[in-house]
Every structure is written in structure tokens, then in C-alpha cells.
Design a protein around this ligand. Sequence first.
Ligand code: 9YT
Length: 130
Amino acid sequence: MIVRDLKDADQTRRRVVSKGWESTRLLLKDDKMGFSFHITTIYAGAELPMHYQNHLESVYCISGEGSITDKATGKTHAVHPGVMYALNENDDHILRAKSEMKMACVFNPPLNGREVHDDTGAYPLEAEGV
Ligand code: 9YT
């Protein structure tokens, strides 16, 4: 069994800080679960174009308010506590945070640990571990 406390993980290299967001990666590839699991904070006012071409991601909003735009359809969906979205088609999207948002995120395949977005909004398949 694996048990980790977010407060402890926040003090380690599991916490990755980037432009407009930070994410603490509670489960990673090394844990051999077949997915990674993260608690992500999107800072208030952030507008994040993302396109995970190498990963499927699902996201559950724990707190905060914002929106997600599906670039393929142009449709914008409200994101608030209780809303889940799944990028089941590696969807190109823009996430906007009206207020700070806390999100629980799952990635398949799992992240290694230190991934941040490249110029296309994707994460590479091979990145440094924690
Ligand atoms: C919600 C979202 O995709 N934010 C970007 C960070 C990502 N979830 C991560 O690396 O944990």
C-alpha cells in the first residue's frame, strides 16, 4: 500500500511550479499504478493553452471557478466544484481560472515527475523523475 500526505509531498520535488499553475504529483510512473495522480493549483487569472498529445488526462475540480474551451468545437464549459472533464481525445484546450482552482488530475500514461509543458502545450513521454 502507498500512503502519502499532500502536506509532506509539497515539501519535496513532487511539487512542480510553472507559469500559472503548480502541481504536486502524489503518484508517478515509479509507483507502477499505470497512471499518475496529482493535486494541481491553477492560479487566479491564469489562461493555459494545453494539448496533451502524449497523454490522456481527467480532471476533477475541488474548489475555485473557471472554464475550459475545447478548441476543436469552440465550446466553452464552466468549471466549478463537482465538475470533471476528461481529455479522452487528447483534446487541444484552454483552461481559464477566474479564481484559484484546486484540481485532482489523473494522467495515463503516468508522468515521471518533473514534466512541464513544451511549446505545443504537451508533456514529453520521457522526463526527469523526482
Ligand atoms: C489542470 C491541468 O491540466 N493543469 C496543468 C498541470 C497538470 N494537471 C499537472 O501536471 O499536474
